[in-house]
Write a protein that binds this ligand. Structure first.
Ligand SMILES: N[C@H](CCC[C@H](N)C(=O)O)C(=O)O
Length: 283
């Protein structure tokens, strides 16, 4: 049994992840262990864990993505950019494009600018209720109403492998995301819970979002949230097909094709390489 566990820590616009390779782990990543590792005081602290590279049937690499509450996510845009950079840092890939298999489908990644920028084709966005999922009749979930804490919002829902609830407002703030995000995350309309974005459309090429993530809470940036919110803005014809998403942690460039395939380009920053002591589980 290893007394320590090797990990790499990166952030993507302030949305930080730990990368742990299966070759360095001799125990199962249970929800309790994930919660402890991600805890900002009792653990290393992060917005999630990227567990890979894993064997994959229809891609070069497999990746599992865990939220700090211990739940497993189908996709993470910032997580995927970080994982691509991790593979590049460890000479497992070079400048070529390569495929990664996730619970939410296969994506294509490419590392550029000596690791500082990564582009990921995130797959297709769908607004179809049964794919997200959202309860009720089979339909595209666009501009419907939802009530939390006696506040009625108009929302759109989308999936890019993981679920998203997008609410357009004239102004968005962290306070709004923190006050209503946690209630919307667990609203009965979303059987698998949902990520939530409060979106201000600045012009046809720029949106601003404040984010409440499923299983993680308020975060400074989110790649799948950027993809979903931009896709909704484009679907409602409020924005063109190339959109810059502005978040507290920074900006992500989103390009949307005619079939709503989304390509996301953004930065990755290496924070540290470390050794986690198993004592962390004894407290
Ligand atoms: N909390 C999300 C996964 C991480 C998404 C976010 N960090 C990103 O960059 O896409 C979920 O449960 O679907």
């Amino acid at each position: 049994m290893f007394a320590q566990v090797k990990y790499s820590k990166y952030h993507a616009l302030g949305n930080d992840y730990l990368v742990i390779s299966p070759e360095n782990l001799a125990f199962e990543l249970t929800p309790e262990k994930i919660q402890r590792i991600c805890h900002r005081n009792f653990g290393i602290g992060s917005d999630g864990i990227l567990f890979g590279p894993l064997p994959a049937k229809n891609a070069k690499f497999g990746l599992r993505i865990f939220n700090p509450d211990g739940s497993e996510a189908e996709k993470s845009g910032n997580g995927l950019r970080i994982f691509c950079r991790y593979l590049w840092d460890n000479q497992i890939v070079q400048e070529e494009e390569f495929e990664i298999d996730t619970l939410g489908g296969r994506v294509q990644g490419r590392v550029t600018e000596s690791g500082r920028s990564v582009r990921v084709e995130m797959g297709r966005v769908s607004f179809q209720s049964e794919k997200i999922p959202v309860t009720g009749d089979s339909r595209e979930v666009l501009q419907e109403s939802i009530t939390v804490a006696d506040q009625i919002f108009s929302f759109c829902a989308a999936t890019i492998g993981n679920p998203h609830c997008v609410i357009q407002l004239p102004e968005v703030t962290p306070e709004i995301a923190k006050q209503y995000g946690s209630l919307l995350e667990i609203h009965p309309y979303f059987p698998n819970r949902t990520n939530v974005q409060f979106m201000k459309v600045k012009d046809r090429q720029n949106i601003q979002i404040e984010i409440w993530e499923r299983g993680a809470g308020y975060t400074l940036a989110s790649g799948s949230s950027s993809s979903a919110a931009a896709a909704v803005a484009h679907k409602l014809n409020l924005c063109d097909s190339e959109i810059t998403v502005h978040m507290p942690g920074g900006q992500i460039a989103i390009a949307i094709s005619d079939d709503f395939t989304v390509t996301m380009t953004g930065s990755v920053t290496k924070v540290a390489e470390g050794l986690m002591s198993l004592e962390v589980f004894e407290y």
